[in-house]
Design a protein around this ligand. Sequence first.
Ligand code: ADP
Ligand code: ADP
Length: 209
Amino acid sequence: MGKHILLLGAPGAGKGTQSKRLAEEFDLEHVTTGDALRANKDMDIGHMDTEFDTPRAYMDAGELVPDEVVNEIVKEALSNADGYVLDGYPRNIDQAEYLTSITDLDAVLYLDVSEEELVRRLTGRRLDPETDEIYHTEFDMPDDEEVRERLVQRDDDTEETVRERLRVYEENTEPVVEHYRDEGVLVEIDGEQSPDDVFEDVADTVDSA
Ligand code: ADP
Ligand code: ADP
């Protein structure tokens, strides 16, 4: 049976970067609510008794998309996966409780990065729309000029929205980190090392899970 890995960390901590590599090297499904929501930004959620009619309205403001929407996405994705690495969920205590009710976890990892570094990483993040590869204006640019020229910035990676996302993280998601820490299952990883060194720690933890 494939492993069930949960990767926690603030926005910009490196969850996407590490999850992609983990998924490849350990043959796991990469389940990420952020990507799933971005692919369905304009889906009609009006029937769900939510404040806004689409995920876009929440995402562009840096707020959490309602639990009923994301819980459904995660349930569907996990039921189709053998082993998985889950990234971007749960983001509040209710989602954490829902997750406990639908699956079990083999390891819970937390990438620890300071707020100052998070802002630098998020505002400099760039994406390749063709490959979904993640880059950074200062820390990691592609050598190929053609790739460099087609890179895009996410709508919500602007300074103002980044501040709001970090506030939402502190209020809603830090309690989730505390929850797993209290349970004694949280493995904390220094997320400020180079991507390769972070991956070494991540892979060691997953290996022994
Ligand atoms: P990052 O890891 O950079 O914060 P994500 O791609 O995980 O960004 O999420 C982008 C946006 O998608 C969030 O700001 C939020 O609006 C929405 N989102 C993603 N995952 C969830 C979730 N589990 N619950 C609620 N909203 C979510
Ligand atoms: P998350 O999914 O947690 O929001 P990402 O994996 O998208 O984070 O990384 C955010 C930004 O930081 C990206 O631009 C990425 O290239 C960069 N980044 C990721 N890991 C590191 C690292 N260890 N050192 C420096 N920059 C990094």
